[in-house]
Ligand binder design. Structure first.
Ligand SMILES: Cc1cc2nc3c(=O)[nH]c(=O)nc-3n(C[C@H](O)[C@H](O)[C@H](O)COP(=O)(O)O)c2cc1C
Length: 273
């Protein structure tokens, strides 16, 4: 069945690995008969900074509350056109791919600014104006899939189970869990290419073959088993019940089944030789 996929990417250089992988994803998806929407943030000169200019008709001109003004602007249809356009693209998509080079263990600022400005109160959080009632698996983006395509300068060993940087999937938890799953999306295991600083043409080709297969399975792969807020594991909607994941603490406890990626293993397997 024909689907719509939005690819949002943050790399201005056409020859970059990020862009090569975006092009490959676009071609692969279109080859499968899907519609592809692109948000080339640098080419769009995307305004990365979330500030008072985003609220031309303030609910409260005396004190700027980003949350309250975000909800007000969303409800009243008073958002700047660049935000409204990206929200329309997002809402029309069955899946979203965020493609970026890893910068300081996270996404580049321009992409973070896309999230801050596009993920409005009433849409991605505060869904239905109900505070935290619908979050983590429920909310305005429920039913959509999400996938990160990340280019990583450091070698895979630095991100392996006991590597010095920590497993990439855990480092990206604020994006996969705190942003995409928070807003209701099903998040697939992250796709990463490591060692991009010194990668050979042969390794790039091998990595592209792996990526093509991941893209082909965009609507088939099993999402990360993040625990939904309202699935019974969090009795009060805040803290895990005592019988859930006993003895586990921290990030580990919020994933019902840990795929190898969680501990840094499939990355090594998928790492081009
Ligand atoms: C500002 C900046 C921050 C970076 N931070 C990291 C990092 O935290 N970890 C890492 O492994 N590589 C880091 N790198 C290296 C990039 O990940 C690398 O340049 C990128 O993967 C190359 O992909 P591209 O061709 O798509 O730009 C950083 C590079 C820059 C410019």
């Amino acid at each position: 069945m024909k689907k719509t996929v939005l690819i949002v990417f943050a790399q201005p250089e056409p020859a970059s690995l990020t862009r090569q992988f975006v092009d490959l994803a676009r071609d692969t998806l279109q080859g499968q008969g899907h519609e592809v929407l692109l948000s080339d943030l640098y080419a769009m000169q995307w305004k990365a900074v979330f500030d008072e200019q985003d609220f031309p008709h303030r609910a409260d001109p005396r004190r700027l509350s980003f949350v309250a003004e975000s909800g007000h602007a969303w409800r009243q249809g008073h958002q700047p056109p660049d935000i409204a356009l990206e929200q329309r693209k997002l809402l029309s998509a069955d899946a979203v791919i965020l493609a970026f080079p890893l910068w300081w263990f996270s996404m580049p600022a321009i992409l973070k600014g896309w999230v801050e400005r596009v993920f409005a109160y009433g849409l991605a959080y505060g869904y239905q104006d109900a505070g935290n009632r619908y979050r983590y698996g429920e909310g305005g983006l429920q039913g959509k899939r999400a996938l990160l395509s990340v280019m990583v300068g450091g070698p895979g060993t630095d991100y392996s189970a006991r590597g010095i940087n920590g497993p990439l999937e855990q480092l990206l938890f604020p994006i996969t869990h705190g942003t995409l799953f928070f807003a209701g999306m099903e998040v697939l295991p992250t796709h990463a290419v490591y060692g991009t600083g010194h990668i050979t043409a042969q390794a790039v080709d091998a990595a592209k073959a792996v990526w093509r297969r991941r893209v082909e399975r965009l609507f088939d792969d099993v999402p990360i088993a993040f625990r939904p807020q309202n699935g019974g594991d969090y009795v009060d909607g805040h803290v895990l019940a005592d019988h859930v994941a006993p003895g586990q603490r921290g990030l580990d406890a919020h994933v019902a089944q840990h795929g190898p990626a969680w501990h840094g293993e499939p990355m090594r397997r998928e790492l081009p030789a």
